[in-house]
Structure formats: structure tokens, C-alpha cells
Ligand binder design. Structure first.
Ligand code: F0G
Length: 462
């Protein structure tokens, strides 16, 4: 008999070092969030009980990763830790050049500095916000080309992260010579953590090949994406995840990576590619801002932790637990009648706050209202992904975003099933009070990226 015959998901690890959670009262949390201007980014994290703000760099490292940290060799050039990192990356992603960076956005910054610029157009299934910002910072245009199902929170299409292949072909025809690279983000974070199929990657590859444009992966959650391929794509069910990852890599010409996600590390990233010329230009930029090419922005001990993390993240027991435990939260919220993006993605559950709080107009920020209520009620920190994040435009105007979502991102190997049961209970309590939750107004906001620092106040009920 195997544990897989039972409904209960057990964490495929036991706990060997614990971090205390500070329990707080509702009154304490109300004071803390008021002091923070109702912006959850401004909280002290020890005033948070369950922190679902992000899955980035917030996971638990394994015993073997902490042991690897002790092997960290801090030599400036040619450290053994670098060679261990390089071997682990190339085992999954056999690109000729691997350029280590301190996190994903540093890899993006270097790549787009090298190939972006005014008049250039960069397509992606959906740009993550730092990726878009790094493309636009060079003067290039960032275009999202997602399949239509990916825009519909209720659609249960198995690969809602897929790129719109016909749209890509039309774009490449219209902008011949102006597209330096095509990107596919796996999984599609901004679109709900939804996967991309191998069939879609192959089709995108074929179009890129025909137009002579390189294809790159934003590979942050590559292992979760490969697990979805194994589970959902016809003919893939018997494959090893590592082989699926290698096939994903074989279809593209390079990648950017944040090791804070599927590197199972707290910091790190890389840029990789086959093109010798491009790699030489990127290495020069790397030396300006990150460091020497055998450590990038990282300590030797970080390189070791990532190398070990890469061997753990493709293990089937880990991925089965990871994906099922995210779905466990999504399914429980669905049973409570809380509307979420369907089907549940890999790293997070996205609550549709606009559907849950229909009495709050989008410009009174239903996502912010829900996020504050989850914090006040149960000390849960989530992240608004909606009109607060995307509503203000460079010309100063403000419009509702496409959706008002609240993301509950699950740090890797960090919370147990009873923590998640508690999250479900808090969401149930908030759902009961939904009709009484207030809208918010912004009392102070910076000119750009306002969600990080804006201050809010509740709008009193009339
Ligand atoms: N690409 C994607 C798809 C991401 O989700 C992120 C980060 C990055 C690039 C940038 O990587 O943080 O290492 O610089 N996402 C985090 C999140 C911050 O909360 O979703 P980074």
C-alpha cells in the first residue's frame, strides 16, 4: 500500500528546525494595519501569522541544502561552488553559457539592456511586472499574447498559460526585424500560475524558427510547469520530470531564472543561452553590476544551496505534494463558495475579489479590501493583484484593471496542512462578512509602482 491511496496529503518531509509564529489579537492587527496605511507591504512581518505575500525566496531549505551551504567556497574566481552550480543548472538546462545573477530581475535587466531599446517589441505569454518594467525601461514595447482561455478566471482549460500562436505569427510578420526575442513564462504567474504545454512550446518554437527569432523561457516555476505537463498533457504521464524539463530547455535558445522559486533557495538566479556573441555582451554587463562571471551577485554558499535545490525540486514526491497542497486550498475555498481562478495554479490560489465583493466598485479597490480583511481577521498576509497594482497609467489616468484578484502564494515546504486549514477557516469567516467590507481610497501614492508604498483609508459606509 502506498500513501498515494489515501486522500490525506502528507508533507514529504518532517520538521527539524522550527520558526516561531507570533500569535496576535484582532485588535493588535487592526492597529498594525492602520499604522501601515492599510498597505500590507508596510507591515512588520512578525505581526503576520501566515505570510502568503509571495512564494519568492520565502521557502524552507532542506537539511541537504543547509549542509551544502557549509561547503560554500568564497573564492572570487573559479570556486568549486561555481562548478557545482554550473553542473546542476546544465544538467536540466544544457545551455552553453550560464551567467549567475543575484535574482531573476537582474538577469532580465542584463538581457534587455543587451537586446532591447526603442523600436523593439518583446512578446511574452504574460510579462511578470519586473520583466515588463525591464523591457520598457530600455524603450522597447512589451506585448502580452495569451490564449483567450487564459483571460477567463472561470475557464478550466488545462494549459491556460499557453501563448496565442496565431497572434505571435501576426506580430512577427508586422514587426519583422524589430523583435529581438520571444519569451514564454512558465508557469504564467500574472495569469494565475497556469502552465504552458509542450505542444504549445513546440508550436511557438516553430513560428520563432520560421522568422529567425530566438525563443527564451522565463523559467521561474519550471518544475511546477513540468509536473502539470506530466499530469495533464496526453502521452506525458510516464515521464520523469527531469526529462520533461530537458525537453522544455531543448525547445528554446535561452532562459532567465529566479532561483527564489523553483531553485528552492532564498536568493539567486541566472541567465543562460547558446549564442556566444550575446553571452559575451551579457557577461560584460554582469561585471558592471553583479560581479565576476563565476559568482554573479551571489556568495559561494548561495550557489551551493541552489545546486542542491535543483536536484530536489524535480523529485516527484515533492512536486506531487506541492501541486496537490495548493489545489487543496483552492478546492476548500471553492467548497466555501469563494470564487477563485480555475483551475488552481501551481504556486498560489487567486481569489476573484471583484466577484466576491460586488458592492465595492473597482476604483474603491475590492482586492485591497479583501486583503486587509484577511489580515485583520486572521493575520494572513496576501497580495492584491488588481486595480491598486495596475490601475494607474503613465499619463496619470486611473482605470479598473482587467481583474481584481487577491493572491495567496504558498511558500515552498513552509506551512503544514493545519496552517492551510486555518487559512480556509479565516477565508470562510471573511466570506460571511463580505457584504459589510468597506471600499478604500488612496490618500498618498508615489508616481510609479504605487502598490508597494501607497497609503489607504477605508471609505465609511453611508
Ligand atoms: N519572472 C516571474 C514570472 C516572476 O514571478 C518573478 C518574481 C520574476 C520574474 C523576478 O524574479 O523576484 O528573483 O527578481 N516574482 C515574485 C512574485 C516577486 O512574488 O511573484 P526576482
Amino acid at each position: 500500500m502506498t500513501t498515494m491511496q489515501f486522500q490525506t496529503i502528507i508533507e514529504p518531509f518532517r520538521i527539524h528546525s522550527v520558526e516561531p509564529l507570533r500569535m496576535t489579537t484582532r485588535e493588535e492587527r487592526q492597529q498594525a494595519v492602520q499604522k501601515a496605511g492599510y498597505n500590507l507591504f508596510a507591515l512588520h512581518s512578525d505581526d503576520v501569522i501566515i505570510d502568503l505575500l509571495t512564494d519568492s525566496g520565502t521557502g524552507a531549505m532542506s537539511r541537504d541544502q543547509w549542509a551544502a551551504v557549509q561547503h560554500g567556497d568564497e573564492s572570487y574566481a573559479g570556486s568549486p561552488s561555481w562548478f557545482r552550480f554550473l553542473e546542476a543548472v546544465q544538467d536540466l538546462f544544457p545551455f552553453r553559457h550560464v551567467i549567475p545573477t543575484h535574482q531573476g530581475r537582474a538577469a532580465e535587466k542584463i538581457l534587455f539592456t543587451a537586446i532591447g531599446g526603442p523600436g523593439k517589441v518583446v512578446p511574452n505569454n504574460t510579462h511578470f511586472d519586473t520583466t515588463r518594467a525591464n523591457v520598457e525601461f530600455t524603450g522597447a514595447e512589451a506585448v502580452d499574447l495569451l490564449v483567450t482561455e487564459g483571460h477567463d478566471p472561470a475557464s478550466r482549460h488545462p494549459f491556460k498559460g499557453n501563448m496565442d500562436v496565431a497572434g505571435l505569427e501576426a506580430l512577427l510578420r508586422a514587426h519583422q526585424g524589430a523583435v529581438p526575442v520571444v519569451f514564454v513564462t512558465v508557469t504564467n504567474n500574472s495569469g494565475g500560475g497556469q502552465p504552458v504545454s509542450l505542444a504549445n512550446l513546440r508550436a511557438v518554437r516553430e513560428v520563432c524558427h520560421r522568422f529567425g527569432v530566438p525563443l527564451f523561457l522565463d523559467a521561474c516555476r519550471f518544475a511546477e510547469n513540468a509536473w502539470f505537463i506530466r499530469e495533464r498533457e496526453p502521452g506525458q504521464g510516464d515521464r520523469e520530470v527531469r526529462d520533461i524539463v530537458r525537453e522544455m530547455a531543448s525547445l528554446v535558445d535561452g532562459m532567465t531564472m529566479s532561483a527564489k522559486k523553483d531553485g528552492l533557495a532564498n536568493i539567486g538566479g541566472w541567465l543562460a543561452m547558446n549564442d556566444d556573441n550575446l553571452a559575451a555582451r551579457c557577461r560584460t554587463l554582469l561585471i558592471l553590476t553583479e560581479g565576476f562571471p563565476t559568482y554573479g551577485g551571489l556568495a559561494g554558499r548561495d550557489l551551493e544551496a541552489i545546486a542542491q535545490g535543483l536536484s530536489e525540486v524535480v523529485q516527484h514526491d515533492y512536486l506531487r505534494y506541492r501541486i496537490r497542497s495548493t489545489a487543496y486550498l483552492g478546492d476548500a475555498l471553492t467548497r466555501l463558495g469563494v470564487p477563485t481562478v480555475q483551475p488552481t495554479g501551481g504556486h498560489a490560489v487567486y481569489i476573484d475579489a471583484r466577484a466576491m465583493l460586488p458592492h465595492i466598485a473597482p476604483l474603491q479597490y475590492p482586492g485591497q479590501s479583501l486583503a486587509v480583511a484577511l489580515y485583520e481577521t486572521g493575520g494572513i498576509r496576501s497580495c492584491e493583484i488588481g486595480t491598486v497594482m495596475f490601475g494607474r497609467h503613465p499619463d496619470g489616468s486611473e482605470h479598473p484593471a482587467d481583474n481584481d484578484l487577491v493572491r495567496l502564494a504558498i511558500p515552498r515546504r513552509t506551512y503544514t496542512q493545519s496552517h492551510i486549514d486555518y487559512v480556509v477557516a479565516v477565508c470562510g469567516e471573511v466570506a460571511k462578512q463580505a457584504a459589510d467590507l468597506p471600499g478604500y481610497r488612496i490618500v498618498d501614492e508615489p508616481p510609479a509602482l504605487r502598490h508597494f508604498t501607497a497609503r489607504f483609508e477605508p471609505i465609511p459606509a453611508r
